[in-house]
Design a protein around this ligand. Sequence first.
Ligand code: NAD
Length: 458
Amino acid sequence: MKPINRRDFLKAAGVAAAASVVSGCAQRASQPVPISPSKQGKSVIGLIAPKMDIVRVGFIGVGERGFGHVKRMSHIEGAQIVAICDTNDAVLEQSAAFLKENGHTAPALYRGSDRAYQDMLHRDDIDIVIISTPWQWHAPMAIDTMNSGKHAFVEVPLALTVEEMWQLVDTAERTQKNCMMMENVNYGRDELMVLNMVRQGLFGELLHGEAAYIHELRWQMKEIEHKTGSWRTAWHAKRNGNLYPTHGLGPVSQYMNINRGDRFDYLTSMSSPALGRALYAKKEFPADHQRNQLKYIAGDMNTTLIKTIKGRSIMVQHDTTTPRPYSRHNLIQGTNGVFAGFPNRIALENGSSKTYHEWDHDMEPWYKNYDHPLWVKMGEEAQRNGGHGGMDFLMFWRMIYCLRNGEALDQDVYDGAAWSVISPLSAQSVANRSESITIPDFTRGAWQNAQPLGIVKV
Ligand SMILES: NC(=O)c1ccc[n+]([C@@H]2O[C@H](COP(=O)([O-])OP(=O)(O)OC[C@H]3O[C@@H](n4cnc5c(N)ncnc54)[C@H](O)[C@@H]3O)[C@@H](O)[C@H]2O)c1
């Protein structure tokens, strides 16, 4: 086992900081795509880790999301939970008690400081680490995980800045470890079915996609000491852009073979006024409450447009503030027709019983013909185990399957970086009258020869 090398981390951070100065000057569309000068290893596209008989798992962060992950992982054959770290004793004990009650070996527990996770990483009996902490911890924890010789599985978004994305890419390449951002929505039944339909050519040549995270979450502002809102609310006062781009964008990117034959080229972004959070704070909290002291700057609705190298367009929206129904849009338009989500509907020129002037809302025949093989095999068990309709369980099952069977994971560090970097770059565009911002090619050109994600047979 290699010790965690903080000097390496700081060196990488320094080089990446220098790179950001370079890339800061190179953001205009007419200028070259910024490339990290610090490449330290070979590409990890298609990386296959040596087969593992049993996958030994460590957790960092077992709050709202991480506790669900502990429960799901405990049901997956071939996975063994070895250790858990959290700075909050109550949630740490909750996970430990759950495992005990369900007959699992007691995991080692790490607590007491923000860096206690590094003690856990010194263990040599952990293969992968599941990171479900507040956003600002994702990059440092994933980098330390890879430097300790383990594979990193990180909640969304992968990281927060262009510099952090490059540090993660550089570390994955140097250590040859997986760094997967766990975009669970890519394992939803509908998203998997649409991927299958796209691969079978139902929509013709792809032209345009729409993705979103529209999810009213003002109520989280009432979480003050612990839980998601205790740290997430502050982001509405720090960044005016798309704060959470990956849930809608992940599936649309897989439909379009982003980083595997096409890639993001540039974006432009625009935000509405930021009104809803301040109104909510005024209504729900006393005038001198901390929620009334924040200056909320994140526009209630942010709309970003991405152009790909192949000329396709993607609209990405973010709104966790206004009163309206949930949506991820999940729209894909091709030369032969369109699929859209929320609610699911489809219109095709050839192949549908209905005319393309009307939506077909009846999904059952489409599921029957086009359900993804992964869903056909595992969907029932996934739904039984829960987690956003089964997608969370299916993602974990698939991760463990790939690691035990010597297969490449479905998402790599380049995907996580490309989907997550929309957040800082959208803010940069918003701040500059929606100017177009070049999106870095984190694959350093390898996207041109990378194979599209196939429809796996399991
Ligand atoms: N993919 C999804 O559908 C989905 C859903 C919800 C949340 N998330 C993501 O999951 C992550 C966690 O969100 P959450 O809702 O569970 O938040 P949370 O606040 O409930 O949980 C975070 C946990 O991390 C712990 N923590 C903080 N700093 C730590 C440190 N230095 N060392 C160890 N533990 C530390 C906290 O004590 C807390 O228990 C976020 O990145 C969020 O975006 C993803």
